[in-house]
Design a protein around this ligand. Structure first.
Ligand SMILES: [Zn+2]
Length: 167
């Protein structure tokens, strides 16, 4: 089932998230399946649970179009990151129309649990690393508008939001 995606400035996107418990509840299994349907339908490369209104530590990395098997990662975190950074243009399904350059560590080691609760670790220095960092930011309430250094599209929208917040 495709879920509606919350968009900024919905404050829910800033909420703290709860860890996922194992074995997975029926509800979590359903959420996983629905988030996979949702990210595919939206043609997104990643999705985090807060974006569909659930405050839990679950992210989907969808690089199927680059021949990477889809990943559902529970309780993911970055446990190691490189000193060297790369700057890439990012957008976000929750912030339509806004794009900008985001600098992040180039190489990271991600630790997470799979659907069986098994702890997995992997290292990446390409798109998986980039998407994982963006989605892990989501489960920590952090959005690209907090980290974009230079906007490539939609800067006036963000300026307006920032202005409204200070009024
Ligand atoms: Zn996003």
């Amino acid at each position: 089932m495709v879920l509606p995606i919350l968009t900024y400035p919905n404050d829910f996107l800033r909420n703290p998230t709860e860890p996922v418990a194992f074995p997975l509840s029926k509800e979590m299994q359903k959420l996983t399946k629905d988030m996979i349907d949702t990210v595919r339908k939206a043609d997104g490369i990643g999705l985090a649970a807060p974006q569909v209104g659930k405050s839990v530590k679950l992210i989907i990395v969808n690089l199927e179009k680059s021949d990477v098997p889809l990943m559902a990662l529970y309780n993911p975190k970055i446990i190691e990151k490189s000193f060297s950074k790369s700057e890439i243009e990012e957008g976000c399904l929750s912030i339509p129309g806004v794009f900008g350059m985001v600098k992040r560590p180039k190489k990271v080691t991600v630790q997470a649990q799979n659907a069986q609760g098994k702890v997995i670790k992997f290292e990446d220095n390409g798109w998986i690393a980039r998407v994982a960092q963006h989605e892990i930011d989501h489960i920590n309430g952090r959005l690209i508008i907090d980290v974009i250094k230079k906007y490539t599209q939609g800067e006036e929208i963000v300026k307006q939001w920032k202005k409204e917040k200070t009024l």
